[in-house]
Design a protein around this ligand. Structure first.
Ligand SMILES: Cc1cc2nc3c(=O)[nH]c(=O)nc-3n(C[C@H](O)[C@H](O)[C@H](O)COP(=O)(O)OP(=O)(O)OC[C@H]3O[C@@H](n4cnc5c(N)ncnc54)[C@H](O)[C@@H]3O)c2cc1C
Length: 391
């Protein structure tokens, strides 16, 4: 087995239409058809997202990206391992990893498990490039401390009415649906009084405002919910069960997201670094970046293997998140060092991407649970160290 290759087991119950080898052959047999889906330095954010949704439509038409999802949700069977193989092979071939698969991997497994009626309707639409989803958890006063969520949901007849504000909602302004964590219990109920709602962003009362990051790109938004009605069958999990759904989904956010990123980071080294003339210092940086990437890949492969077996991951998945943030920095620092003049001086589209990707690498220590919080989790729950005394 190739180093870091994830184990793919067929359970005999699901019809799997491709193997890693046949998928690779399928991709390489279509250089012209897939040419329009290659990573393109000229793309702005909108064009990049569009390229990804078009690739999703192409894959779905060919019956490729249904694999890895249950038949009851519009898939063709298989497991998280199949999805991981697909992401790996797309990036290996120089194609874009479609932007919507990030939210798909965070929210899709939770929809399948906790709201199968929503999964069967929406999963095929995302897989075919028709829908984009987003995650509405964070609020101005609730990020690391999600139990402080203030957005409320109040029952009114057969539906619920949502009131509040979300922030840092990735791709919120491009999305059609948002998983909104809202308070259905009292303020004091903390994590026990939360419920997860599936909200149509075209509903009356929703206002989405893009937020421009330091890079100049607007890849996240604020979402305002002003008396937004949501039907009772658009709840993911139980009323008051939002915290367990959020914890289930965070396993995928930390494990599968990190796998997607390692695939993109390998692609980035391929495009920006390999084949260039490197100084001795840069060669040392490259060695360090590869060592981190290899560790991240091996750790994530083991995590995905466990996700595919439906084993609860527990606190050790925080290691994936910490490794990811170190690897992001190492790879992007090297890319920057290889093209320092472009990074500092060029106005071209490629230099814009180089800068934008470098800034985004710093965000890895914040999104999906800040690194400091992950270190606390490992210290207390894995190493058994005492908690810091409250001041
Ligand atoms: C690029 C990006 C994309 C994002 N996308 C989404 C999205 O799609 N949906 C969504 O809901 N949210 C999203 N977020 C928000 C993200 O989840 C939060 O930023 C994160 O949870 C931290 O919350 P905060 O920003 O409120 O920081 P705070 O919670 O205020 O924390 C600030 C810092 O304080 C420290 N800290 C806080 N608590 C502790 C603690 N208990 N122990 C030790 N140190 C601590 C950490 O260093 C932390 O970085 C995104 C963020 C980024 C950067």
């Amino acid at each position: 087995m190739e180093t870091g290759q994830i184990r793919r087991e067929e359970d005999g119950t699901s019809a799997v239409s491709w193997t890693t080898e046949s998928l690779r052959d399928w991709i390489f047999a279509r250089p012209q058809e897939l040419d329009g889906f290659r990573v393109c330095a000229e793309d702005d954010l909108g064009a990049h997202v569009q390229r990804g949704t078009s690739l999703l439509a192409y894959l779905h038409n060919a019956g490729i990206n249904q694999q890895g999802w249950p038949e009851s949700s519009g898939g063709s069977g298989g497991s998280a391992v199949d999805r991981a193989v697909l992401y790996d092979e797309l990036t290996r071939a120089g194609l874009v990893l479609p932007e919507p698969v990030a939210a798909l991997e965070v929210l899709g497994p939770a929809l399948v498990r906790f709201a199968p009626q929503l999964a069967s309707r929406h999963l095929p639409r995302l897989l075919s490039g028709e829908e984009i989803w987003c995650q509405g958890f964070s609020e101005p006063e609730a990020g690391s401390d999600l139990a402080s969520v203030r957005t409320t949901a109040t029952r009114r007849g057969d539906s619920w009415v949502l009131q509040g504000q979300k922030v840092w909602t990735s791709f919120g302004h491009l999305a059609h649906w948002c998983a909104v964590l809202a308070r259905t219990g009292s303020r004091e109920s903390r994590h026990r009084g939360l419920t997860l709602f599936w909200v149509d962003l075209s509903s009356p009362g929703v206002t989405v405002r893009p937020l421009q990051a330091l890079t100049g790109d607007a890849d996240f938004s604020e979402v305002f919910l002003d008396d937004v009605a949501v039907a009772s069958d658009h709840i993911i999990g139980d009323i008051g069960g939002g915290w367990s759904v959020a914890m289930y989904l965070l396993q995928y956010e930390r494990g599968m997201w990190a796998w997607q990123r390692q695939a993109i980071l390998h692609q980035m080294l391929q495009i920006r670094v390999l084949g260039r003339e490197l100084s001795a210092a840069q060669l040392a940086e490259l060695g360090n970046a590869y060592a981190l990437l290899a560790s991240l890949r091996l750790k994530c492969a083991a995590t995905i293997d466990r996700l595919a077996r439906e084993e609860p991951l527990g606190p050790e998945v925080s290691v994936d998140k910490i490794l990811l943030s170190q690897t992001e920095r190492a790879v992007h620092d090297l890319c920057r060092s290889v093209d320092q003049a472009g990074f500092l001086l060029s106005d071209g589209a490629d230099a814009h991407h180089l800068r934008s990707d470098w800034f985004y690498s710093r965000a890895a220590s914040v999104y999906g649970g800040a690194v400091e919080v992950q270190k606390n989790i490992l210290a207390t729950r894995i190493l058994g160290l005492p908690r810091e005394a409250a001041s």
